[in-house]
Design a binder for this molecule. Sequence first.
Ligand code: ADP
Ligand code: MG
Length: 315
Amino acid sequence: MKRKWLFFLCCLLPLLGCSAEVAHSAAGIACDTVVTVTAYAPQQTVDETLRVIADYEALLSKTVEGSDIRRLNHAEGAPVEVHPETAALLRLAVEIGEESEGAFDVTIAPLSAMWDFTSDDPVPPDPDALTAAAALVDYRNIVIDGNTVTLLNGAEIDLGGIAKGYIADRVAAFLRQKGVRSACINMGGNVVTIGTKPNGDPWTIGIRDPNGTPEQSEEVLELGEAAVVTSGNYERFFIKDGVRYHHILDPKTGMPVSTGLASVTVVGSRSDLCDALSTACFVLGEERSRTLLDRYGVRAIFLYSDGTRIAYPEP
Ligand code: ADP
Ligand code: MG
């Protein structure tokens, strides 16, 4: 009997070992973006990550019926009990709001809702309407008490600048918990890696050339376990009368930020943080971002439309 078990194990173990060395991928559309997960794990485990993403989208999206954020935005100022993870993410969002002096502000919803980047004939919103909506934007209107959240003064939330980063981290946590030691998750420019490639080689993560096609990289980062998040003016935009209008907005005016920057890439260990910081740094510009980047111990690469590249801190 014992010998039979031994024989069984001897056959099975090498097979398990082999399957862990094979990369499997899953791809889909979630959170309005393309998601790809590649992991040295069974296909079923990789496929399950798409369900994990869908579950988080159902919690954090402002459009999905019944989501925590939609319930909050429709509560007309009444306190709302949210999932502990939603409360924690909102705490982080408010913290980055404070640390960036409001450059990052998840109460941007009244402004972001006025910009339609998908229309066949997009137009910039009426300036007076933008000014009126900007008065509602202030992260200090989010009051969090345990898992109860209250939105004051007509505030509404849009987690577009942080949710994908958070979800990418959760996918990594899910895979780690399944014992995966090598994986790369990409949620529309929010990249999280686990370990290295199985042979010990680093992951290669391209930063898109803002003036090139989506496939063209301006530079390629070689990294072990890391989070790399890029915010760019080429993700969602339209051009009207020669002006490029994109989706990263100045919370004070509601207009797309124009500092000459085309993208900011933040490299750190937590993708939620890097996501919020890449958006914040895009709004702040390179010089004003330094304190924020130091505060969180992350580095950033600023690419300008004219081709200038600045890395902070300098290598
Ligand atoms: P992407 O969503 O393309 O990865 P970002 O992470 O920079 O890019 O997030 C941009 C999104 O964040 C916008 O679509 C909008 O939902 C929201 N947003 C825009 N401006 C701000 C801002 N100043 N602070 C916080 N969120 C913002
Ligand atoms: Mg962001």
